[in-house]
Every structure is written in C-alpha cells, then in structure tokens.
Write a protein that binds this ligand. Structure first.
Ligand code: ADP
Ligand code: MG
Length: 778
C-alpha cells in the first residue's frame, strides 16, 4: 500500500500510464499497424487486456470432433505425411499435409495421401483445398484431416511427419470432410518430443483473432510487447493487503501469467486475481455511490391513524397476502425514516405488486407528500391509472379540481394527452392537489415540477436503466424514496452487482383464486394442420364472449420477417410474422368470418393504443393481434386465450410475461406457443420449459442459465473492454460478496480512496462510463 501511495504522488505529475502508451511506440511499426487494423487495439493496456480465449496444452492433440464448421479454430495436430505436387493451371505447387488427432500412430495403416484429383474442367484453386480419396471419408472419420498449403515450398520445409503443430484457420468443408482453409501453423514438436518428459510444457494461449491475424501472430505481438515494457509500472487496483490475504498475484505477474502461463495452475491463479479485481472495482463504485446516497435525506412519512391508508385497508374487499403484509411493513418503516428508501420489489406476474405500491403511496399522501408511479409504456400507465382510481373507490378525489378536494388526487400524465388536459394535470402536480401521479418514465423523467415528491415507484424496472433514480426529483441533499418493482426475479449476486445496496423484497405468494392457465407448444413443423385449429379455437373463445390475444414478434412493413419461412393462413410468408400481415390474413380466415381483428403495436400513437385497449377491456373488441408491447401488465380480465406466433423468437421471460396476460379474471386460460421448429429445434427446450411451469422464479433460473453475461448486465458491460470480463455474476457470487465487503470497508475508512490511488482511478473510469444499465429483457 505504501508503494501505491508513492506512485500516486508521482502520478500527480501527469506521468503517462504504462497502459496508455501507444503500441506504435512499443512494437515494430508493421506489427503495431496490423494489431490496430485487425484487432482494433492501440495501447499497451488494450493489448494487455486482450486475453486468450482458451489454452491448449502441448503434448495433447485437439480432437477433430470439437471443430465446428465456419469457426476460427486453433488446434494441435500431429503431422502424418507431407506431399507436394505441381499445379496444372498455375505455376508453382501445393503441399498437402495429412494430420491426425491421434497421439500414437494407429495400428491400422493410415489413409493414403490422395493423389491430385483433377476436377472436371480444370481445378479451381479453392476446390483444391482438400481432395481426399473417395474411400477416405468412410474409414475412421475425424481421425485425419487433409490440409492444403499454397506456400508449398515453405510448408514442406517446415512440417515433418511426427511433428506436433499448432494450426489456426477457418473450419471449412470439402467433399463432406472438415478441413482448415490455408491455415497458419507453428511447429511445437521440438517442445513436445524433446525436453524433460517429467516437465509439463506450458500451455499455448489461443487468442480471439481475426481471420487475417491468427493467434500465433497475436502471441508474437504480445511477446514482443512484454519484452519491451516493465509490467511493474502497471496499475494495480487491488490493495496489497487484500492481495496478501487472498493470496493473489500482483497485477504484473497476473498479466504475465495470463499471456504466458507456465502451467495451468498459474493461469488459474491469474484469473482469480482478475476476477477479484473486477469485482472490487465495481463494488467500490457502488460502495461510493451508496455512501453518497447515505448522506442524503428523504422526507419522513410516518403512518397516520385515521388516514387514507387505514381507510383503504378497511375497505379492501380481500385480505392482503402474507407477503404483501410483510413487505408492506418493511416499506412503511422505510418511509418513516429520513434515509431514502431504495427497495426492489420482486414478484411474479400477478403476485399483487401494484397493491403494495398503492399502499405505500397512500402512506406518503397521509404525510402530505406526493408519489409518482412510472410505467414503461403509455398503455400501462393508463391502465394503472384506471385500476388505482377504481381500487380507491370513494377515497379518490373527483377529477378536475385544481385545489385541495376531499379525497386522494390521482392524475395521469401522458405525452398523448390533449394540451389543455395536460396543462391541467401539470398544474395539479405543481400545486400538490395530485397526490398520486401516474405516467410513463419518459414523461415524468422530464421537468415536471412536483410540489412535494416523496416517493417514486418504478414499475417493471427491467425495462429501465438503473440510473433513472437520479433523474427524478433529486434536489440538493434530499431525494424521494424509491420503490422499484419487477416481475423478473434477480439473483442476489446480480442485484448486488447491478443495484449495489438496493434492499430486496420478494413477494413469493400468489393471491388466492388465481386461474389455471394451460400452456402447449404447437409445432407447425410437426403438425401443419394445427394451424387451422388455432383459428377455430380463437373463434370459439370469441363466440363465448372471451378476449383473445395473438402475439407476433414484429410489427411488419419493414420486411423484418425472421426465421420462419412457411406461408401461413394462405398469405405470403414474412408478412405473416408481422402484426399487419397476420391481421390481414386473419380477417380473411373463414374460421374468423365476422370477427373484428384489432391491431396493437409500438408504432401506433399512444391515443390509438389506449383506444384499442379500452375496447378490449370494455368487451367491444375480442381479438387483438399485437406485438410484445402487451407484454407487461396489460389487464383484460376476460382474456382466455393467448396465441404466440414464432414463440421461438422470444426469450423465456418475455413468454412468461405474455402468458401472465391471461387467466387474470375469473376464467381459466390457454396459452399456445406456436413455432415452426420441430422437437429438435434449438429453441424447443425454452418453449418446453415455459410450457412446463408457471413458476416465474423457476423460469428465471432456467433463463439465466442460458444467458450470457452480457445479456444480463447490459451492453456496456459485455464488450471486449468491459468492466466484467472474467467475472461472472452468476458463477462467482462468493467473489462478489467478498469484494463488496472489502469495498465497503475501504470506502468507509477512506472515502476519497487517497491511500489507494490505483483503485480510485479504476473506479473513476468505471463510474465515468457508468452505464450499468439493467437490460434484463428476453
Ligand atoms: P402484478 O404483481 O403482476 O403487478 P397486480 O398487482 O396486477 O400483479 O395484481 C394482480 C391481480 O391480483 C390484480 O387484479 C389485483 O387486484 C389482485 N390482487 C392483488 N392482491 C390481492 C390479494 N391480496 N387478494 C386477492 N387479489 C389480489
Ligand atoms: Mg404489474
């Protein structure tokens, strides 16, 4: 730590960081240029951070079974034979190198090196890539592979039967067998064969490389750089005492061990360092933010006896669920304290989150404050407004009064409102006459002036970035309380990483009387005839007076059709995967004759959307073709059937949310996941999972297992230069937990982190492109 402090002092004099040094000053001119061109890396830091994707161990051959067509592969193979022959149509010759993935020469005679097979009409160059004898494919496939080199002279000189060679190239297919097109190679056999047999030769790093800049050239560039710079100068955000107590390497050794590990163990130790470092830096950012938040104050709203909340509870037609009561108490206590509440409420679709929010808003109203409820869409905002006014019943103040009226003032504010009504709404918000303000995030995030904003409720947080808390009414020193609601359960390690110190409440109990919803996967690939049955089924529901949703992944018009290609409902394919296309086709369906087909999609203006939803809720419109805009929260109590077209194109959580739109009233529902994929389709496990359970937490677990990290943390965290490269919020919760405690301790001891300048700098960089957006969408 002492060393860091000294370095910090030196850094004050604007000494260039080693990481910022241009590669052109370190590497040979042409190498630096190639690295810039092919890998887009320009500084020492960037190349240092360009970690190998994996490692190959010398002395082991890579099984050809692992190769995938089209992939850039690096493999270690044993050379079986090398032959050259001249080309007929071109000067020069080619070398054909037969390689195997078997260590020992097998007992069976190896495949003969095929003679040149002249292709009809003269050989084309690319067709020469691989020309096995006709019977070659049948005998022990995968055990040998023939590689073709146009630099025949050099290849024949470099490669000798028995050599172990690292080949890198694009996996292609020729005559039904795999090959690498014009591969790069590096001979390893001197290391494999010679040397001490007891000494394990070091692993070979395989870098993410471009087709024109293979892993061996990356290795060479890295080696050249490492020989030129003193890694001791590089930044080490992990304080020395933490390094010691966790037995982590210093940064310099960790970089060395990542790029040139002596053995596998060393590489793992380096990874441990980087994982902890990433966790520590991020947790430091969060801890500093939490500390800053902790210095803020929030207005206090103690429960008031005889107030709105009490009267509301007394009139409630049903009992609160256990979870609603417990979380209600937690929230009530938070609101009564002068620290801003920062709470995440997780609860599956239909678990009754809105009621928890409404009760909190009433407590704030009792204390004379205002609340804002932010919904992700206008449709949802209108719906919240409707259902809150109706839940309040007589407690709601009559609409329209500018001044204090007897009752809780509820105001809807949307972009599509006529200007006069909007002005009126704004006036009621500014005067404090509106105690509950409902709107879209986009709108309320703007400069709406509140008389006294005490609580912001953010519905369906997974649609928003985390930072939006700052947008809302955070004036100097005092901020509103915040309650964030999500139907997508988030594992603790993720919540800790993304939200920092958010308190998490889980509504794990469903209100009684939830209706049964049956879900089926309808594979049109397996049962083409079922398509007609879909629409007859829809007809039956409409005839029974029930509402039917048909969901399509895209709006249409832009030819963004997608995967399926069969034509449907007698129309043209592609078109039908859109709202416009499918609704036109449905209007022409004999089974649906006389049924009005409504449309809902994000490109419609808000008023048109609201009109359509009102007609659905009112029972006037019974069949709606929609995009996933209806995914969240839309409440049509008598909706009984949901047909999701091309369901394979949607993620688990989206499907689950969509299904949550039915079975909300007194009627059981059916959800049909329609797909063109058969039982072997890549997305079938996802669809089968959704069909197998309605438990959102279970589905979320399945969902997370299938996701990549970047999908969870949002785009800025997933790029090649992101904050979390080696750390997985799903796989390394213990590292995150440990780092969190350390970060909090460091920040508590020294809020400005003066003693740890490297950590301070790294945290500042992360905080600067502070985009810990939470894109937790399917
Ligand atoms: P979500 O968590 O998906 O937002 P909602 O808040 O929309 O769920 O609630 C779903 C439905 O359950 C609503 O119609 C609501 O009125 C009803 N509900 C909420 N709490 C209870 C309860 N304790 N008992 C019975 N019904 C309830
Ligand atoms: Mg809801």
């Amino acid at each position: 730590m002492a060393r860091q402090t000294e370095k910090g002092a030196a850094a004050g004099a604007a000494v260039e960081r080693l990481e910022d040094r241009a590669l052109s000053r370190v590497l040979h001119h042409s190498t630096a240029q190639a690295v810039a061109k092919h890998l887009d890396l320009h500084t020492v830091g960037e190349l240092l951070e360009h970690f190998p994707r994996r490692y190959l161990s010398r002395g082991q051959l890579t099984s050809f079974d692992e190769l995938e067509l089209g992939q850039e592969a690096s493999i270690i193979s044993r050379v079986v034979s090398v032959s050259t022959r001249s080309l007929h149509t071109r000067r020069g010759s080619i070398a054909e190198v037969l390689v195997t993935d078997q260590l020992e020469p097998s007992a069976q005679p190896l495949l003969p090196v095929p003679d040149a097979v002249p292709a009809p009409g003269g050989p084309r160059l690319d067709a020469l890539a691989h020309a096995p004898a006709p019977d070659a494919a049948s005998s022990s496939p995968g055990a040998t592979m023939s590689l073709t080199f146009f630099n025949a002279f050099t290849a024949a000189k470099d490669l000798t039967p028995g050599d172990h060679v690292l080949f890198s190239g694009k996996v292609s297919e020729f005559r039904g067998r795999l090959t690498l097109t014009n591969p790069h190679y590096a001979v390893l056999s001197d290391l494999a064969a010679a040397g001490d047999p007891d000494e394990v030769p070091p692993p070979i790093p395989v870098y993410p490389a471009g087709a024109k800049f293979m892993t061996d050239r990356v290795s060479a560039a890295v080696a050249a750089m490492l020989s030129k710079v003193d890694l001791g100068e590089c930044e080490d955000p992990v304080p020395a005492d933490l390094r010691r107590s966790y037995r982590l390497m210093p940064a310099a050794r960790a970089y060395e061990a990542i790029h040139r590990p002596r053995d596998e163990e060393e590489h793992h130790r380096a990874l441990r360092y980087f994982r902890f470092r990433e966790a520590l830096v991020l947790q430091t950012v969060l801890a500093r933010r939490a500390a800053a938040l902790g210095r803020l104050h929030a207005p206090r709203f103690a429960p008031r006896s005889g107030g709105w909340l009490e009267r509301f509870d007394a009139a409630l037609p049903y009992a609160l669920t256990g979870g609603q009561r417990r979380i209600g108490e937690e929230v009530a206590a938070d609101l009564a304290a002068d620290r801003p509440m920062n709470r995440l409420l997780q609860g599956d679709v239909g678990s009754g989150k809105t009621l928890v929010a409404l009760r909190a808003m009433l407590q704030v109203a009792d204390g004379g404050g205002q609340s804002a409820l932010l919904a992700p869409t206008e449709v949802l905002a209108s719906q919240h407004h409707r259902s809150i006014v109706s839940a309040l019943g007589e407690l709601a103040a009559p609409e329209g009064g500018l001044f204090e009226a007897e009752g809780v003032g509820v105001v809807l504010l949307t972009a599509s409102m006529p200007a006069a009504r909007r002005r009126e709404a704004l006036a009621r918000i500014a005067s404090g006459a509106a105690q509950i303000v409902i709107g879209t995030h986009a709108l309320l995030g703007e400069k709406v002036s509140f008389a006294d904003l005490g609580l912001a409720v953010v519905d369906e947080q997974h649609r928003f970035g985390v930072n939006q808390r700052h947008a809302l009414g955070a004036s100097e020193g005092t901020v509103p309380h915040q309650l964030v609601m999500t139907a997508t359960p988030i594992p603790r390690s993720v919540a800790m990483t993304v939200f920092g110190d958010l308190a998490v409440s889980v509504l794990d109990e469903m209100p009684p009387g939830r209706q049964e919803v049956t879900t089926h996967v309808v594979s049109l690939a397996e049962h083409p005839a079922w398509e007609g049955r879909l629409w007859r089924r829809a007809r039956e529901e409409v005839d029974a007076g029930h509402a039917v949703f048909v969901v399509v992944p895209s709006i249409g018009g832009e030819g963004n059709g997608g995967s399926g290609s069969r034509s449907r409902a007698g129309g043209e394919s592609g078109q039908l995967q859109s709202v416009e296309g499918l609704s036109a086709a449905l209007a022409a369906q004999p089974a649906l004759r006389g049924v009005e087909v409504g449309e809902l999609h994000g490109r419609m203006d808000a008023e048109a959307k609201a009109r359509v939803m009102d007609r659905m809720v009112g029972g006037e419109l019974r069949l709606l073709v929609a995009t996933t805009v209806i995914e969240v929260g839309v409440d049509v109590p008598d909706a009984t059937l949901m047909i999701i077209m091309d369901a394979d194109r949607l993620g688990i959580s989206t499907l689950h949310q969509l299904r949550g739109r039915i079975g909300r009233g007194s009627l059981p529902g059916t959800c049909l996941l329609v797909t063109e994929q058969d039982a072997q389709g890549a997305s079938r496990p996802r669809l089968d999972a959704v069909a197998s359970t309605r438990d959102g937490f279970e589905l979320s677990r399945l969902d997370l297992e299938q996701r990549r990290e970047g999908d969870i943390l949002g785009s800025s965290q997933s790029g090649s230069r992101s904050t979390l490269k080696n750390l997985s919020v799903l796989k390394h919760p213990e590292i995150i937990e440990a780092a969190r405690q350390d970060a909090r301790r460091l920040v508590a001891e020294d809020p400005s982190l003066r003693a740890w300048p490297d950590l301070a700098r790294a945290a500042a960089r992360v905080g600067a492109d502070e985009q810990t957006e939470y894109l937790y969408q399917g």
